[in-house]
Ligand binder design. Structure first.
Ligand SMILES: NC(=O)c1ccc[n+]([C@@H]2O[C@H](COP(=O)([O-])OP(=O)(O)OC[C@H]3O[C@@H](n4cnc5c(N)ncnc54)[C@H](OP(=O)(O)O)[C@@H]3O)[C@@H](O)[C@H]2O)c1
Length: 253
């Protein structure tokens, strides 16, 4: 991967597991100094230790993205320890899988407060730091193909990700004048520890057949698009929503 982020600083939210943990490792591997944010401090410390053992530089920053004070403190702490902030990967997210008629108010608030309000609060605080730093920056929001099309049993999640898609474009418009680029990755279904058992079932196999490439994504499939959007190679890209989904969005009707 020929992207050099040496000298750059990055904050990754939701870095205690899954995609965020992977993104933090990839950015550190490309030379960036990385702050990892989430609520589970023990898990963050484990990832930080792994990155350090591989020769990377990382710090853990406790943060609840739904709490404006926690976001402000976490982003400021990250920028202070890293001595600036060039890149934000706005990845923290959650979901609820149940029929729309079964969604409770708490289900809705939990998903939308994390995936949409939380992403806004973190982007806003990071943009303040980037603007004050005078060098601009790159914000990569982690949306989903469910922000662009729908599936059953994920109404709050799909609505939150559609909101994040529109938020990405709104912030790109407003912050271009500060040299801040705002783009989104829209991953398709990624193979993780959480869904490996489901994928072996008939329903899981049927899902895979709906993906034109006939497979789910693997975490490294996201590396190239992530590094592109984070780096100067994407200097003229802002407001872009980039699906990484093996063609799932363009499957036949
Ligand atoms: N997996 C997929 O197939 C897929 C596909 C498309 C998009 N995505 C998106 O990718 C992102 C990561 O998903 P994942 O699959 O990696 O899920 P995951 O393994 O459950 O990770 C979610 C991360 O978000 C953090 N988080 C949740 N609520 C938070 C809060 N209030 N404050 C701070 N951090 C919070 C969690 O950390 P703590 O619990 O420690 O706070 C965890 O690190 C999400 O935005 C998701 O929508 C995933």
């Amino acid at each position: 991967m020929i992207v050099d982020l040496s000298g750059r600083t990055a904050l990754v939210t939701g870095a205690s597991s899954g995609l965020g943990r992977h993104f933090a490792t990839v950015l550190a591997g490309a030379g960036a100094r990385v702050a990892l944010a989430a609520r589970r401090r023990d898990s963050l410390d484990g990832v930080v230790a792994e990155i350090a053992a591989s020769g990377g530089q990382a710090v853990a920053v406790p943060m609840d993205v739904t709490d404006v004070a926690s976001v402000r403190d976490g982003v400021r702490e990250a920028a202070g320890v890293l001595n600036g902030l060039d890149i934000l990967v706005n990845n923290a997210g959650t979901t609820v899988s149940k029929a729309a008629l079964e969604h409770t108010e708490a289900d809705w608030d939990g998903v939308v407060d994390t995936n949409l309000k939380g992403a806004f609060l973190v982007a806003q605080e990071a943009a303040r730091v980037m603007k004050d730093g005078g060098k601009g920056g790159s914000i990569v929001n982690i949306a989903s193909i469910l922000g662009l099309r729908v599936a059953g049993h994920v109404a709050a999640y799909a609505a939150s990700k559609a909101g994040l898609v529109q938020l990405t474009q709104a912030l790109a418009l407003e912050w271009a004048r500060f040299g801040i680029r705002v783009n989104a990755l829209a991953p398709g279904y990624m193979e993780t520890d959480l869904n490996r058992d489901f994928l072996a079932t008939d329903a899981g196999q049927a899902l895979i057949k709906r993906v034109p490439q006939r497979r789910l994504g693997k975490l490294p499939d996201l590396d190239g698009p992530l590094l592109l959007l984070c780096s100067d190679a994407a200097a003229y890209m802002t407001g872009a929503i980039v699906p990484v989904d093996g063609g799932h969005l363009v499957n036949t009707l």
